[in-house]
Design a protein around this ligand. Structure first.
Ligand code: SAH
Length: 381
C-alpha cells in the first residue's frame, strides 16, 4: 500500500486521516505546525509527538514535496523554480520580491486545457491536474529555501502574497486548489491574509460560485476584452461562459461587501484590444461590477502572432479608464529574461491531448532557447 502524503492535507483532512489512524484530532494541529510552519518533513524530529506515534506515522505516511529541477534568478530579483512532477513533466513557480511584499505565483495544473490564444502555457497542451501536495508543495519548498537562506526582506516572512496565476486553470482543479488555499490561510500553517491570496480564473462561472462557498480569497478574472466577439477569439472559454454570465458571477462572488473589488486582468495586445474604443467599452461594461483593472503588457513567446502594445498606447488606455472612474494599474513586467513573466510559464509538458501538434515546432525552438538561457541565468540547481 502506498503511503499517504500529509503535505497536501488541510486541517480538516489531516484530522480525519489521524482519526482513521486511531489518533486524537488535536494531533492534526501539531502536525500542521511541524509541516507548514517549521517546514519539517521528518517525523523523527517531531519531538512533541510520542515515539510510538512518530513510528506509526513514518510507517504509513510521508511528507513529500515536488523535487526542484532548477532555479533561475533574474536581474530584478525574480526567481523561478522548475519542479519535477510525476509523469515526466515539469511545472514552474515564480517568486517576485518587492520592497513591501513578496509574491509567489503558483501553478495548479500541468499545462492547461483552455487554449487562450496569447498564453504560452496553452500552447503546451494539457497533461493533468496537480495534486494538493504538489500545489502547496511549491509554497513549502520556496518558504523552506528562503528561510534557510535567511535573506528575505519583505516584512516578517519570506512570502507575503500568493497568486494562483501560474500554469493551469485553478478552478478546473477545484478540490485540490481549495485544499491548498485552506493551508495558505490557516494560521497554524502559512497564516496569509485572505486579501493576500488571489485566485485568477479565465472565467469558469460554476467554479466562481463554488469558490464563494468554499474559501474566501481575492478573485482575479482574465477578462482581456470588452465584448464577446473579441473575448471569444482570445479566450475560447468565453463561448461557454460569455461576459454577461461571467460578470454576474463576479457580482455574486463579491456579495454585499461594498469594499471588495474583483481584479480584472487585461493583457495589452497591439492593435487587437488596445484601442480607445475598447477602453470606453470596458468602462461601460464594468460600471456595475466593483472592479479594479490590471493592465498586463503582453509577454511574447516564439510562435505567437501577437505583439505587446507600445508604452504610449498602454498609458493612453490607462488614462481613459481612470478618467472613466476605473482604478487601473499597470502590471510591471518581472522576470521576463528568465521566461518567468505572465503567460511565459511553460514547464516541459508531455501533451496527453496531443491537441497542439502544430506547436511541436515551437516547443522544440523553445527548448533550445531554454537551454541557452539556462546557461546564462544564474543556476542554483
Ligand atoms: N488560468 C488562469 C491563471 C493563469 S494566467 C487565468 O487565466 O486567469 C495568469 C494571467 O496571465 C492571466 O490573466 C493570463 O491571461 C495572463 N497571461 C497569459 N499569457 C500571457 C502573456 N503572454 N502575456 C501577458 N499575460 C499573459
Amino acid at each position: 500500500m502506498s503511503k499517504t502524503n500529509l503535505l497536501g492535507l488541510d486541517q480538516k483532512a489531516l484530522t480525519q486521516t489521524l482519526m482513521d489512524l486511531g489518533e486524537k484530532p488535536f494531533r492534526a494541529q501539531q502536525l500542521i505546525k511541524w509541516i507548514h510552519s517549521q517546514m519539517c518533513d521528518d517525523f523523527a524530529q517531531m519531538t512533541n509527538l510520542s515515539k510510538t506515534l512518530r513510528e506509526k506515522l513514518a510507517a504509513q505516511c510521508v511528507i513529500e514535496a515536488p523535487q526542484v529541477i532548477s532555479e533561475h534568478l533574474a536581474k530584478d530579483g525574480t526567481r523561478k523554480w522548475l519542479f519535477k512532477v510525476e509523469g515526466g513533466s515539469a511545472i514552474e513557480t515564480v517568486y517576485i520580491p518587492e520592497p513591501e511584499r513578496a509574491t509567489l505565483c503558483i501553478s495548479s495544473q500541468v499545462g492547461c486545457t483552455l487554449n487562450c490564444r496569447f498564453c504560452h502555457t496553452a500552447q503546451q497542451g494539457f497533461q493533468r491536474n496537480l495534486t494538493a501536495a504538489e500545489i502547496i508543495g511549491q509554497l513549502w519548498v520556496v518558504v523552506k529555501t528562503l528561510k534557510k537562506e535567511g535573506i528575505f526582506k519583505a516584512i516578517d516572512r519570506p512570502v507575503t502574497n500568493v497568486v494562483m496565476m501560474g500554469m493551469g486553470e485553478p478552478l478546473l482543479n477545484f478540490d485540490n486548489v481549495v485544499m491548498a488555499l485552506n493551508l495558505m490561510l490557516d494560521d497554524l500553517a502559512y497564516g496569509l491574509s485572505k486579501r493576500r491570496v488571489t485566485l485568477s480564473t479565465s472565467g469558469v462561472v460554476p467554479g466562481i460560485d463554488r469558490l464563494a462557498q468554499a474559501c474566501d480569497v481575492a478573485l482575479a478574472v482574465s477578462l482581456h476584452a470588452p465584448n464577446d466577439t473579441l473575448r471569444s477569439e482570445l479566450v475560447p472559454l468565453n463561448k461557454k461562459y460569455p461576459i454577461a454570465q461571467l460578470l454576474a458571477a463576479c457580482k455574486r462572488y463579491l456579495g454585499e461587501d461594498k469594499r471588495r473589488r474583483i481584479t480584472m486582468e487585461y493583457v495589452m495586445l497591439k492593435g487587437v484590444n488596445d484601442k480607445p474604443e475598447h477602453a470606453y467599452e470596458l468602462i461601460k461594461l464594468l460600471k456595475e461590477v466593483p472592479s479594479k483593472v490590471n493592465l498586463i503588457p503582453f509577454n511574447p513567446f516564439i510562435g505567437t502572432k501577437y505583439e505587446r502594445s507600445d508604452e504610449k498606447t498602454i498609458q493612453r488606455f490607462q488614462d481613459i479608464l481612470m478618467t472613466g472612474g476605473l482604478v487601473t494599474l499597470k502590471r510591471k513586467t518581472r522576470g521576463d529574461e528568465i521566461d518567468a513573466a505572465c503567460g511565459q510559464l511553460a514547464g516541459k509538458v508531455n501533451d496527453k491531448t496531443q491537441r497542439n501538434l502544430k506547436f511541436k515546432q515551437t516547443l522544440i525552438l523553445n527548448t533550445q532557447k531554454d537551454t541557452q538561457e539556462e546557461k546564462q541565468a544564474t543556476s542554483f540547481a
